[in-house]
Write a protein that binds this ligand. Structure first.
Ligand code: ADP
Ligand code: MG
Ligand code: ZN
Length: 389
């Protein structure tokens, strides 16, 4: 009998607000350690959190884009645990009453159901120094990241391969960037994924899962899932059993190792945060947020096909990012000729050359008016297509 892979993903997306979720501290990346802190995010006794309005709007946008139902009332909860990067001793999160539930995201012909989208705060960061040999360790705590807003998007276990998981993640990544709610820079940890992976014989109930923590590139996610699937199948075929645990992927070695046995929800002693009132959202407030949403990638793709007569393939390529789509529309606007020819020159010629040189479209010195001018010279036979290239 053959094996089936089952994957559910928990994705943490950093909202790109200028200030933190519950205090006025800045969220700038790379600042002097502990320079962006205050009594609230340091967890000093008596300091009271105040919810950032912009963060709520971004989380609702994300929930709406994931086709979720928005809860008229949601509750912030304390997730209690000890760790040196968490001076309060608890993380503010949402538990049984999250902001958004029951969504779905369509990915390449299939659908991934979204269990919930909720808001939480990030923790601080530890930095370790010293040398192993002499067991001389020093650890530093940087709390600049403590209290930075995160949107957590939890899927149902609907993916069946590492490739499907990566396709879903790429789509989600594109979505939050189009929404303008996150820069989602994976190298800066603004888009992080935990992958829950199990295997089962086709047709059987769900198997026991392992959770792979903090995967921060699409390539590692694919590697980590494939390693985990092979490990579980081998384990079971050798007569063993998968244990529910959290595993850490070592990208240098291409393998994962156990980090801790899986904690249960009751270990965290969740309870409603008495410092934060429930979040209430009226239907008209949600409607106002919906009305203010930017065009999403799928909508843009369709518009590019109908408005400019592009092939589905070109429409897809040119709507990869807002920057590229903006360049394309500026080019079409600056040029009298055919939008399809504009698409060809942009997608096939300019993009290829920028890619070779590792330049972003936004940094291209060949701007839309310049490329439009070149296309005009081809149209009036001043230069040949070959020369223009
Ligand atoms: P927890 O809150 O303990 O992390 P949840 O039940 O809320 O656990 O699930 C977390 C994630 O794990 C979800 O994305 C869900 O889809 C996924 N998941 C749950 N069961 C399985 C399973 N058997 N195999 C793969 N993924 C799973
Ligand atoms: Mg989890
Ligand atoms: Zn603060």
């Amino acid at each position: 009998m053959s094996w089936e892979t089952v994957i559910g993903l928990e994705v943490h997306v950093q909202a790109n607000t200028r200030s933190k979720a519950f205090c006025g501290c800045a969220t700038d990346f790379g600042a002097e350690p502990n320079s962006q802190t205050c009594p609230v995010c340091l967890g000093l006794p008596g300091a009271l959190p105040v919810l950032n309005r912009q963060v709520v709007e971004y989380a609702i946008r994300t929930g709406l884009a994931a086709n979720c139902a928005i809860a008229p009332r949601s509750v912030f909860a304390r997730k209690n645990y000890f760790y040196p990067d968490l001076p309060k001793g608890y993380q503010i999160s949402q538990y049984d009453l999250p902001m958004s539930v029951h969504g779905r995201i369509d990915v390449g012909g299939g659908t991934v159901r979204i269990r919930r989208v909720h808001l939480e705060e990030d923790t601080g960061r530890l930095q370790h120094a010293g040398d192993k040999l002499h067991r001389a360790w020093e650890s530093y705590v940087d709390l600049n990241r403590a209290g930075v807003p995160l949107m957590e998007i939890v899927s149902e276990p609907d993916m069946r391969s590492a490739d499907e998981a990566v396709a879903y993640l790429k789509q989600l990544h594109q979505l939050v960037r189009f929404l303008g709610v996150s820069d989602a820079d994976m190298e800066k940890g603004q888009f992080r994924c935990d992958a829950n992976v199990s295997v089962r014989r086709t047709g059987e109930p769900l198997g026991t899962r392992a959770e792979l923590k903090n995967l921060n590139s699409f390539r590692f996610i694919k590697q980590a899932i494939e390693y985990e699937v092979a490990r579980q199948i081998e384990l079971i075929e050798d007569g063993g059993e998968v244990v529910q645990e959290t595993r850490l992927f070592d990208s240098a070695k291409g393998e994962s190792r156990p980090m801790r046995s899986k904690e249960e929800a009751h270990d965290y002693r969740y309870f409603p945060d008495p410092d934060l009132p429930p979040l209430r959202l009226s239907a008209s407030e949600v409607d106002a947020i919906r009305a203010g949403m930017p065009e999403l990638p799928g909508q843009m793709r369709h518009r590019f096909e109908s408005e400019y007569g592009l092939s589905p393939y070109d429409a897809d390529v040119l709507s990869t990012t807002r920057e590229l789509a903006g360049y394309y529309e500026a080019l079409v606007g600056a040029h009298a000729a055919d939008p399809k020819r504009c698409a060809n020159w942009l997608a096939n010629e300019l993009l290829g050359r920028l890619k070779e040189r590792g330049i972003d479209i936004g940094d291209s010195t060949v701007t839309p008016p310049l490329l439009a001018g070149l296309l005009d010279r081809i149209a009036d036979n001043t230069v040949s297509g070959k020369l223009a290239k």
